[in-house]
Write a protein that binds this ligand. Structure first.
Ligand code: SAM
Length: 208
């Protein structure tokens, strides 16, 4: 899987290659989906949700330029897989907080992360991630794994100076992956191109 993602240009750095090589994606999937764990495709994880396709995890990891010691907030924890890849990239000294709004998925992510050996590097929080997680802010990096109608304001405010956030923005028909960069209190926005994610549902997201 990693060499295919490299050949297609989704993985550009050795650090992202190493991280994706080391995280066992099959441990984050229900038994019936495990045979396809290393196919570049989103897969069902229950509750009508999906684990993101590996190429999207690679694109986001490369664009976020994750490094040791960083504090990361993920919104949309799902299976916990993407959080584990980011945890590999911020070790040593870093920490990933991931918020999931569907309680059985949050529980499943905790179990998966424990089995894969990431429970001390990733904390799973149940709740509405559009509000962010003020108690651990500010974050060097924020990664949103579901599409918002607009960049959620609480997430902007919880981004550290010189921080970066990736968030898919749009409705069900068209979404763009948007990078928000904060520097000296100002925000710069860059559109990285089209993408497809499930909707971000919450106070600063789509309505249920
Ligand atoms: N990163 C995940 C993984 O590695 O498996 C995949 C995430 S899946 C594409 C998107 C997730 O976002 C779903 O599990 C969904 O329940 C969650 N979600 C949607 N709105 C949310 C919100 N406001 N707060 C937290 N999670 C949310």
């Amino acid at each position: 899987m990693v060499s295919r993602l490299r050949d297609s240009g989704y993985i550009r750095s050795q650090r992202v290659a190493d991280a994706m090589m080391v995280v066992p994606r099959h441990l984050f999937l229900p038994p019936e989906a495990r045979e396809n764990a290393y196919v570049d495709s989103p897969l069902h994880i229950g509750e009508g949700q999906t684990i993101s396709a590996p190429h999207m995890v690679a694109i986001m990891a490369e664009a976020l330029d994750l490094g040791p010691g960083q504090r990361v907030l993920e919104v949309g924890g799902g299976s916990g897989y993407h959080a584990a890849v980011m945890a590999e990239l911020v070790r040593p000294g870093g920490m990933v907080y991931t918020i999931e709004r569907i309680p059985p998925l949050a529980e499943m992510a905790r179990k998966n992360l424990m089995e894969a050996g990431y429970s001390s590097l990733v904390e799973v929080i149940e709740g509405d991630g559009t509000m962010g997680l003020p108690e651990h802010a500010p974050y060097d990096r924020i990664s949103v794994a579901a599409a918002a109608p607009d960049v959620p304001e609480p997430l902007k405010q919880q981004l550290a100076d010189e921080g970066r956030m990736l968030v898919p923005v749009g409705g069900s028909w068209h979404q763009d992956l948007v990078m928000v960069m904060r520097s000296k209190g100002r925000f710069r926005i860059e559109n990285l191109g089209g993408c497809i994610f499930v909707p971000l549902i919450g106070e600063h997201g789509h309505k249920p």
